[in-house]
Design a protein around this ligand. Sequence first.
Ligand code: KG4
Ligand code: ZN
Length: 454
Amino acid sequence: MAATLLPTLSPPVSRAAAAFLLRRAPLKPSHYLHPPPTLRRLLSSSSYPATPSIALCPLSTMPSTTAARAVPARRDLLMLGIETSCDDTAAAVVRGDGEILSQVVSSQVDLLARYGGVAPKMAEEAHALVIDQVVQKALYDAKLSESDLSAVAVTIGPGLSLCLRVGVHKARQVAKAFGLPIVGVHHMEAHALVSRLVNKDLDFPFLALLISGGHNLLVLARGLGQYIQLGTTIDDAIGEAYDKSARWLGLDIRKGGGPALEELALEGDPNAVKFKVPMRQYKDCNFSYAGLKTQVRLAIESKNLCTEDVPISSALEEDRQSRANIAASFQRVAVLHLEERCQRAVEWALKMESSIKYFVVSGGVASNKYVRTRLNQVAENNGLQLVSPPPSLCTDNGVMIAWTGIEHFVVGRFEDPPADDEPDDMQAYSRCLLTGESQTAFTIFTNYFPIFFA
Ligand code: KG4
Ligand code: ZN
């Protein structure tokens, strides 16, 4: 027995994951003892940056009942990720080494265009309508069935609780039927951590700017689940400002307000309208976009543009140019606000952690080319490397949930499968959602202002 090596997840916490997987039966043939030479090399190589490292440990150190079967190596973990926090129903299967086996997103674009925003009850119904198909397609594309999975990860917040419940319900259904552990994932943490899938060299600590429809967060990521919030928005997030401005400008928002505005801005003069940069008098890292939104509305009104009655596709040349100028000027100032706060955040973060090498920019708005270019400049000016996932991983997706699930799973942060007698009652799933600080997997120390920066 002594000569046999068993790949396992390094102690102490990851023992939980190991123990769980060993209890499950049956495992696929590839999961049995004697990892092939390539797998052994991977397990013992130092090239993989994930936390914690995966170690080989002698069988004799494992409980005797588990000695007959091996825990899958990290590389062999198969995580299903489910995301329904807002208006995208998404699912994906990701392998432990970061290979994306499938990615499916169903967007509620028509609903968004019709109602000008997310209507929770309708969004919930739209999620409920497609969730089974989305998950089925993710498994089909990955050429897997539920029984092949190692665990299921699902967004538990923040987001619209009616919508979150649909994803949690589906995740628990699958987990219950196939005896799979569940990992509850914080949506914003997932936006940040997916950058570690994209760039395997990206290790903690790093600085992250997370920009989406509902959040503007600047965090110093010190370790998995350890985030110091350097700044947040005091009112609206930048994505909300893009979406509202796009609607007020009469743009076709079926592909999303942000992308529509970015496209029109290419035709405009970014210095045509003198918008005021928010919060310059506050020497902190917080954001504000409500005032800029109002400035856009006033600019539209002052130019007497009939944006409500005349969609951009029917606008006359001069009218279209005025709208493009407003779009470009808005974008310049909205992003300048990001640049200024990020510059200060880099300085703060480097004082706290001088070893920081990476600046992560993620979330839906990070798919904007102008945003990426300008923030790359901030990174370069400070000797940092920008890591911004490709657009499909910046906007809401199942991959980021599956990947964050893997990150937590391997260190033992997961829930056992639901009990066989768990009622299949949608109301009951509310208790699984992220509602209070006590349930957060994303430990943020809010309003952290180190004394020496005051
Ligand atoms: O992360 P995300 O997909 O969903 C939330 O968590 O909110 O972000 C959605 C936001 C929306 O406000 C959308 O308009 C914005 O990201 N967005 C963009 C672009 N693509 C998406 N904003 C500006 N430019 C884009 N290209
Ligand atoms: Zn998001």
